[in-house]
Design a protein around this ligand. Structure first.
Ligand SMILES: Cc1ncc(COP(=O)(O)O)c(C=O)c1O
Length: 425
């Protein structure tokens, strides 16, 4: 019976083109990824600055492993807090311009732990509709009244704030949003949100996962970029993206951190992440705030400007719609040498399946131009574009010629061509 239930559920996912499978990769970070014997240009990693494979970051992790061991053996509250955790938290608090910071095993645990601890059943959580699952799950765990507001719609947020103040006059109201949205790559209207938060006496939890290392001075995030750091009560982020390690954090007042140390269940009841992750993130933070970080961010901006005249950050979605078409397009991209994963529900709303390109400072402009050309070619299969000098062959870099139902490389020796699913065929 139980096995039948599992098989039936998997078959349903398969029929909806939503079944996920694990793929073992050889080289997961950096510009390339290897699946079996196939090496692809990697546009799926959130290692935005390319620090996961940086020699200084690796050396810090190795050194900490030698000194402190591969595992911590206990939760942070028992013997799991080692010197690298402590030192990194002090450095992180300075980086975020807050009084204190606390490291969790990952960003998911940081968000769920913080929201579960901070909000209760008599409180209200107002959450941007496109917020990451860890924010939604944390809000649900808290038992608070949960109201999503339309994505980046401050009018709708204010409507909810007014409603919450009237209906629950005693409640604490939390506003929860991301600074750079993980699947859309756009920015929250943070200044307006902070103004509304102050006007209605609410508390803001900002998830800076995709802005840490990428935006702001030294990669301090969107709040820093807008000069709002000291007006946000709960700043959350991850060490697993631009900081090239793994772990998550909450930064804020000393009282906030002391409260979470006592009440965040994902912190209290979980073995501490190895010291190597804190040491690696600490080395990455030094790189991010130094000249090398500025250099890598400048390169990232330059690459992102190949997709967008004023790129918000490093994520570029290509919305296709149906799951099946998105999967097919992702496979076509793999055939052309690019790993650009298909993102489907429940990660994104129904009907908005997409390819998600994430750029990194370790990419080179030629490969990103080739990627853009290949994306243009494969994501508009019904209407192949006419000859476009910006469209270059992803294999050899020569110009592509678009004809009805096919795109071919101009180079006589290359042989690259894509044939589309036109009705005449
Ligand atoms: C916006 C956002 N918040 C939080 C997380 C969770 O961070 P972590 O991967 O460290 O658990 C992610 C990761 O995908 C994310 O995209």
């Amino acid at each position: 019976m139980f096995e039948d239930f599992l098989q039936k559920s998997l078959a349903e996912l398969e029929a909806q083109h939503r079944r996920r499978r694990l793929r073992v990769s050889g080289l997961a970070t950096g510009a390339l990824v290897r699946f079996g014997d196939k090496t692809l240009h990697n546009f799926a990693s959130n290692d935005y600055l390319g620090l996961a494979a940086h020699p200084q970051v690796i050396a810090a992790a190795v050194e900490a492993t030698r000194e402190f061991g591969a595992g911590t053996g206990a939760s942070r509250l028992l013997t799991g807090t080692q010197t690298p955790h402590h030192d990194f938290e002090e450095k992180l608090a300075i980086f975020k311009n807050t009084a204190a910071a606390l490291v969790f095993a990952n960003g998911y645990a940081a968000s769920t732990g913080a929201l579960q601890a901070l909000a209760g059943k008599d409180d209200v959580v107002l959450l941007d509709k496109l917020s990451h699952a860890c924010l939604v799950d944390g809000a649900r765990l808290s038992g608070a009244v949960l109201r999503p507001f339309h994505h980046n719609d401050t009018g709708h947020l204010e409507h909810h704030l007014r409603w919450a103040r009237e209906k629950y006059p005693q409640a604490r109201i939390f506003i929860v949003t991301e600074s750079v949205f993980s699947m859309d790559g756009d920015l929250a209207p943070l200044r307006e949100i902070v103004e509304l938060k102050d006007k209605y006496g609410a508390v803001l939890l900002l998830d800076d996962a995709h802005a840490t290392g990428v935006l702001g001075r030294g990669g301090r995030g969107l709040a820093d970029q807008l000069g709002l750091s000291n007006r946000i009560e709960v700043q959350m982020g991850t060490l697993g993206k631009a900081l090239g390690s793994s772990g998550g954090y909450i930064a804020g007042s000393r009282a906030l951190i002391d409260f979470l140390i006592n009440r965040a269940r994902s912190f209290v009841f979980s073995t501490a992440a190895p010291a190597s992750t804190a040491a690696a993130a600490s080395a990455a933070l030094d790189l991010s705030t130094g000249a090398e970080g500025d250099c890598r961010r400048a390169k990232l901006r330059e690459l992102a400007s190949l997709f967008h005249p004023v790129p918000p950050a490093a994520i570029h979605p290509i919305i296709i719609g149906p799951e099946e078409d998105t999967l097919r397009t992702s496979k076509q991209m793999a055939q052309l040498g690019f790993h650009v994963p298909a993102i489907r529900p429940p990660t994104v709303p129904q009907g908005t399946s997409r390819l998600r390109v994430s750029l990194s400072a370790v990419h080179d402009p030629e490969t990103v131009r080739a990627l853009a050309g290949a994306l243009r070619a494969v994501s508009a299969p019904e209407e192949p574009k006419t000859d476009n000098p910006d469209t270059v062959c992803p294999v050899c870099g020569a110009a592509l010629i678009s004809e009805k139902c096919k795109v071919v490389c101009r180079s006589a020796t290359c042989g690259y061509r894509i044939v589309f699913n036109c009705s005449e065929f």
